[in-house]
Design a protein around this ligand. Structure first.
Ligand SMILES: O=C(O)CCC(=O)C(=O)O
Length: 262
């Protein structure tokens, strides 16, 4: 099947071309089986503590769960994020989603903010929320709670027709991402997408990290957790938005996070 698959690590010209034309790509097998297991157990703990009923998402799990914290700046994924956003960005949020066993299709949408729709910023819709989604359960065939995307739709001048949006069924213009647990989907906020149906008897978990320009407000937190900030690494602190800058309006630049190669 046609699949925008890229290799882990370095961001290549071909990766860039694929992202620009499809709006997303997939990095297979980023996590080992043991890492997947740890992240899955962490996800289950988070949702049990939150009392999730039905489809649900829990933010900030990276603060309390070390296995999820380790994915914030994963070396297989971070070069792609830096290749697309440059060196000055933050992690706007981290959402752990649970789709219950036998869960239905999600609704078609683009990511953004209903307080100020990203499409009002101009055409093409700018990259404001770059998402890296770590699949924590196998999604090797359709019907496993896969992500479903419409390739190239981040460049569409017109909205998705209501006939497709409201039909709770399949559409021939979409792509159901099929990949094993531990793979990562990286996608642009403006790509139309939804969660595909889940026909199996276990809950499906995915951990999403959203990266944004440094002047965007975090969306899973009002304040950073003090204990987490003291304990985590300098790069992760910077990704949480903890850096000093020479002026309030970001007019001048600031020292980028201490990435290993900087
Ligand atoms: O179900 C999921 O994991 C993702 C749902 C989704 O499309 C979103 O959070 O924007």
């Amino acid at each position: 099947m046609l699949n925008p698959v890229v290799s882990a690590g370095a961001f290549t010209e071909l990766d860039k071309f694929m992202f620009e034309s499809w709006g997303y790509f997939v990095i297979p097998n980023v996590l080992s089986k043991e890492e997947v297991k740890e992240c899955l157990q962490a996800s289950i703990r988070l949702h049990e503590a939150a009392g999730t009923v039905g489809w649900g998402q829990v933010g900030r799990g990276y603060e309390s769960e070390h296995a999820l914290e380790n994915l914030m700046d994963h070396p297989s994924v971070l070069p792609k994020i830096r290749g697309l956003l440059g060196d000055r960005f933050i992690m706007q949020s981290g959402w752990n989603t649970m789709q219950p066993a036998r869960g239905r299709m999600g609704g078609w949408h683009q990511d953004g903010s209903s307080a100020f729709d990203f499409k009002n910023l101009g055409y093409p819709v700018p990259l404001i929320q770059l998402r890296a989604s770590f699949l924590l359960t196998d999604q090797e065939e359709p019907g496993m709670g896969n992500m479903e995307l419409i390739p190239g739709s981040h460049r569409s001048l017109v909205p998705l027709p209501d006939s497709i949006r409201t039909a709770n069924s399949g559409t021939p213009i979409s792509h159901v991402i099929c990949a094993s647990a531990g793979s990562v989907l990286v996608f642009h906020n403006a790509v139309w997408h939804r969660a595909y149906e889940h026909n199996w008897d276990y809950d499906r978990y995915t951990m999403h990290y959203i990266y944004s320009p440094p002047w965007v407000k975090p969306s899973d937190r009002f304040h950073n957790d003090v204990n987490f900030m003291q304990r985590t690494t300098p790069v992760r602190r910077a990704l949480m938005g903890d850096f000093s800058r020479p002026d309030a309006p970001f007019g001048a630049s600031y020292t980028p996070p201490p990435f290993e190669d900087n």
